[in-house]
Design a protein around this ligand. Structure first.
Ligand code: ADP
Length: 437
């Protein structure tokens, strides 16, 4: 419209010029007008072309006439599509962030099992590099046969337990969720810890059954022998058999008591009672019990030094007695007759330390880290002979950890051992306050 109006104006001017100055002047006027109009269109076209090469967020320059409409319209459309693009990119970013934050591995596969996207957890679990391996066939990177079979089998009702061949000890629970047009989402969860616990539980049940079956078999054997040969045995024989059967029953009883103690310490039993334990009295009384157990076969001394403010230990007296007595009885059981055993308590360098030292059989370096495992014994025969259950140090470790204390073991075969429990200074107090009359 605008252009027509300008054209009309130019024609009118040409007519006026023609009337005044003649035909040539009118034609020149018309030509100049048309040339001007053409130049104007070309300039606007050039501005439009330049705009298409600028970044999307730059606005179009203002135009005049028809160009103002064109520029305005194009500008509005471009802004709408930029907004839409921004919203879509935002949604995609949020989706990626959420997928990255997931505790499980997430892997998207195309219809032909090529890698489209995966989060960091999946990268670690499957050993895939998201950038490098984009578009690669997943089965060329995750090559465990059971995974390949599972993915290609198409039955995803049950998850797959995948034992990684790439990283020893890594077990994944893999689920496949088909979506869209034959695409798949693979979700992987690290269940290595659960698997380990399950193995420990199975081993534990096997160990307990084995430990109980041995003495039970002996008792059953004695009872059958006594029943079968009732008339052949002298009263002394019978007493002897019953004595042996009683020993085995006591062994089973000790085992069950230790198992109950361990389970009470492990499974949600209430936290240790905070009592103000008089450590000197406790250590002296354990030294007395240890002498009774040794029955004169060892030289046993107690060395107590509470200077430094550790006359009182805060904790459960019952549990502390059990842990300290366990260490002392081990010293008796693993030190040949004539050996020396020394119990001590001191806090000179800050933490409170209860220690049991012996010059007994000692322990090889490779066995030391495993001593607190349930049923771990260096010499099974010697442990049994001396009434051991293989649970003593496991109980000690639990009790000490309930008191934020640390068990340290220093030992050398043939030289002896030193077991020490170090309690934090926060559990120590100086002497009992004097009672007010
Ligand atoms: P056990 O009932 O077999 O003694 P523990 O858990 O108390 O079970 O100890 C585990 C193992 O640690 C023992 O079987 C023994 O081999 C070793 N052990 C513990 N204390 C000593 C010690 N003072 N000297 C040598 N070996 C020891």
């Amino acid at each position: 419209m605008q252009a027509l109006r300008v054209l009309g104006l130019v024609a009118l001017l040409a007519l006026i010029v023609g009337a005044i100055g003649g035909k040539v002047a009118a034609l020149a006027m018309l030509f100049a007008g048309l040339l001007g109009m053409l130049a104007w269109q070309l300039i606007n076209l050039q501005r439009l072309v330049e705009w298409t090469h600028t970044p999307t967020e730059v606005s179009l320059p203002a135009g005049v006439g028809i160009w103002a409409h064109i520029f305005y319209d194009l500008d509005r459309r471009s802004r709408t599509s930029a907004d839409l693009r921004e919203r879509l990119t935002g949604a995609l970013d949020r989706f990626h962030e959420a997928s990255q934050a997931m505790p499980d591995g997430v892997l998207y596969l195309s219809a032909n099992d090529r890698i489209e996207w995966l989060n960091r957890k999946a990268e670690q679990q499957f050993g895939i590099d998201g950038r490098r391996d984009h578009g690669a066939l997943v089965t060329t990177l995750v090559r465990e046969p059971e995974f390949v079979r599972f993915l290609q089998g198409g039955d995803y009702a049950e998850p797959l337990v995948l034992h990684s061949t790439r990283r020893a000890g890594l077990t994944l629970l893999v689920q496949v969720v088909p979506f869209g047009d034959k695409q798949k989402m693979v979700v992987s969860r690290d269940i290595s810890q659960l698997e380990k616990l399950e193995t420990i539980r199975r081993d534990f049940i096997a160990n307990v059954s084995h430990e109980l079956r041995t003495p039970l078999t002996v008792v059953t054997g004695f009872l059958e022998t006594l029943i079968d040969g009732r008339d052949d045995f002298t009263p002394e024989d019978v007493t002897h058999f019953l004595q042996l059967a009683l020993e085995q029953s006591l062994r089973m009883q000790a085992l069950i008591e230790d198992l109950l103690a361990l389970s009470a310490l492990e499974t949600g039993a209430p936290a240790a009672v905070e009592e103000r334990v008089d450590v000197a009295a406790l250590v002296q009384s354990i030294a007395e019990d240890t002498r009774l157990l040794s029955n004169g076969r060892h030289e046993i001394e107690a060395d107590i030094d509470v200077r430094g403010g550790c006359a009182i230990l805060l904790g459960s007296e019952k549990e502390l007695r059990s842990a300290f007595a366990n260490l002392a009885s081990n010293a008796v059981r693993y030190t040949p007759a004539g050996g020396r055993i020394r119990l001590s308590w001191r806090c000179a360098d800050g933490p409170g330390e209860f220690a049991v030292e012996d010059n007994g059989i000692g322990i090889a370096a490779e066995d030391i880290p495993r001593l607190t495992e349930r049923f771990y014994r260096v010499d099974r025969g010697r442990s049994r002979e001396t009434g051991g259950t293989g649970l003593g140090l496991a109980i000690v470790k639990h009790i000490l950890s309930r008191h934020q204390a640390e068990l340290r073991i220093v030992s050398a075969p043939g030289k002896g051992s030193r077991f020490s429990a170090r309690f934090p200074a926060s559990r120590l107090e100086p002497a009992l306050p004097a009672l007010r009359s």
